[in-house]
Design a protein around this ligand. Sequence first.
Ligand SMILES: [Zn+2]
Length: 187
Amino acid sequence: MATYEVRCECGRTIPVEARLAGSRTSCFCGRTVPVPNLSQLRRAAGETAIPRTVVERIRLAIRAGELPDNRFCPFNGRPVDDTVRIRVECERVTVRQRGPSWWGQFFSHVVFGWLALFLPRDQGRDEFGHDIVVDVPLAISASARESLAAALGRKSLVDALRGTPLYRELLEEYPAADVWIIDDDPA
Ligand SMILES: [Zn+2]
C-alpha cells in the first residue's frame, strides 16, 4: 500500500498508509495529527492526475468491464445479445518524446498537408515508435452476424464504432486508422 506523509505542528513528518486517509494518526510528540483525504495526500505527494491517452482510457475501460456499452446493434438497431471484436490499427506514430522528428514532420506534411500544423504534437509517453493497435469489443445483435460475414466496408465499421464515445474519440485522433473485424465466431 502506498505510503504518504503528513506533517505535525512540531515539525516531524509522519508516514501514513493510504488506508488512514481521512482519519487521524499520532506523532512522537503526543499530538494527534489529522490525515487528509486520499486525493489531498496524493496531490501533496505529487501524484497529480496524469492525463491519459484515449488508447489508455479504452484499455482501462475494457479491463474494467465498461466496454462495450452500446445497448442496440449498430448494424440493425436490435437489442444486443452478442459481441464482436474489432481491430483498430491506428497510424504508425512518428512522434518522439521531445516533439516530432524532422522526418515525422515531413511525413505529416505529405500525408496531412497543412493540416499537419494543427495535429497534436504530444501523443503520450508510451506511444512513440510503436504501431498502435487496439482491439475493441462492440455489442451487436446475433442476427446481424450474417451481414457481418458478408464483407463489411471500412466505412460501416467506422460508423458502427462511432456510436461509442470513446471509440469515436479514438477515430478522431487517428482518422486514417484501419478497421476490421477480428472475431466473428459466435461466442
Ligand atoms: Zn509532533
